[in-house]
Design a protein around this ligand. Structure first.
Ligand SMILES: CC(C)(COP(=O)(O)OP(=O)(O)OC[C@H]1O[C@@H](n2cnc3c(N)ncnc32)[C@H](O)[C@@H]1OP(=O)(O)O)[C@@H](O)C(=O)NCCC(=O)NCCS
Length: 193
């Protein structure tokens, strides 16, 4: 298990879901929805071949940052949790190491529209701020991916950038992008509301 994930007591439960690190048994259930066009369209890598998908999923760089979430024992989605350094000036770089995380999410469309992805990402954000003590989380998406940025806004993430035709989609089109973030302080203030 990746060092980041070692620091957490799994599974983490939310109201309806159970979140845990991914493993070999998750190749097949995640492939079932990740290979769909409506999912692949928005995500960074969308292998069309199951063997290529398996190799990608089981590579240390991927397993180390992938969680899955289950509903009644069925994997219905996955999450990315990639801890990273904040930008800093050189003299204070040690203090900026591993203080933030980039997040990502995918839900099986069969289970979409019931708030499960929102609930899983809310759990992920809580893990970042409470269990890992991070100071900031970020996520980005294509501007056209309304479901993804709506999810972020539901959870109080702040839109920090709206870029213009800066991201190359595999269709060959240069698309607008959105960047969101949430600070631990902002998250805590929302919990107290
Ligand atoms: C982005 C993605 C995870 C969002 O999925 P989703 O189904 O919209 O998200 P949820 O499961 O949280 O469901 C939210 C919807 O259910 C509704 N809902 C029903 N019950 C709810 C509840 N208890 N809590 C929150 N929302 C609820 C919400 O109103 C919302 O619908 P709306 O957008 O029409 O208002 C999904 O579209 C996806 O996997 N896309 C492909 C991969 C992808 O784009 N990943 C992100 C790349 S940046």
């Amino acid at each position: 298990m990746a060092p980041t994930f070692d620091r957490i007591a799994w599974p983490v439960r939310t109201q309806r879901l159970s979140i845990r690190p991914s493993g070999e048994a998750d190749v097949e259930p995640t492939w079932r929805y990740r290979r769909l066009d409506e999912v692949g369209r928005w995500i960074t890598a969308a292998p069309t071949d199951p063997d290529e998908y398996r190799t990608q999923f089981l590579s240390p760089g991927c397993l180390d940052k992938t969680l899955v979430f289950e509903l009644d024992g069925t994997v219905i989605g996955d999450l990315m949790l990639a801890v990273e350094d904040a930008w800093s000036q050189r003299e204070v770089a040690a203090r900026a190491k591993g203080v933030q995380a980039e997040l990502g999410w995918v839900i099986d469309p069969m289970y979409g529209g019931h708030g499960y992805a929102t609930e899983a990402v809310a759990g992920l954000i809580r893990i970042c701020f409470e269990d890992l003590g991070l100071r900031r989380v970020t996520a980005s998406c294509f501007a056209d991916n309304k479901a993804s940025w709506r999810l972020m806004e539901r959870l109080g993430m702040r839109r920090e950038v709206h870029t213009l035709r800066e991201s190359l989609h595999r269709s060959g089109e240069w698309l607008d992008g959105m960047g969101y973030a949430l600070l631990a302080d902002e998250w805590r203030a929302r919990q107290e509301q």
